[in-house]
Design a protein around this ligand. Structure first.
Ligand code: 2BA
Length: 105
């Protein structure tokens, strides 16, 4: 058993949920916030067997696209507001972890 933890852009989260559930993949979504942009994103928890890992990753790849976001750095620079900077976000940040034990109680 593996746990996939995938942090995705909020604009991709509805389609990703639909596609995963359509393929009978169980998913839990958590509202999360990126530390750098301090903007909302969505964290997916997906518990699945090893043989489904690539299928899940392929679905995530097909839906989560990278995009540019503008962010205003915190604070002032020499008395003036700092210029917004552009950062590239996503497609998705994915961690795949081993699960020692899985029980539904
Ligand atoms: P944020 O922390 O809001 O980061 C958004 C994007 O800003 C990142 O996109 C990256 O392109 C850029 N960025 C982050 N830290 C930066 C820095 N110190 N200097 C310059 N640019 C920086 P992604 O890498 O695609 O990450 C998207 C979101 O995934 C992150 O949102 C965060 O919520 C999560 N994430 C990424 N790497 C992570 C990690 N190693 N552990 C936990 N969460 C992670």
């Amino acid at each position: 058993m593996k746990l996939i933890l995938a942090i995705v852009h909020r604009d991709d989260s509805t389609r990703l949920t639909e596609e995963l559930t359509k393929n009978k993949i169980n998913v839990t979504k958590l509202a999360s916030t990126g530390g750098f942009l301090r903007a909302g994103n969505v964290t997916f928890l997906i518990g699945t067997d090893e043989e489904h890992i690539e299928e899940v990753l392929e679905i995530i790849r097909s839906i989560c696209k990278s995009r540019k976001e503008l962010t205003a750095p915190a604070g002032m620079y020499m008395g003036a507001a700092a210029w917004p900077i552009e950062v590239m976000v996503g497609g998705a940040t994915v961690f795949v972890m081993d699960v020692d034990r899985f029980e539904k109680i």
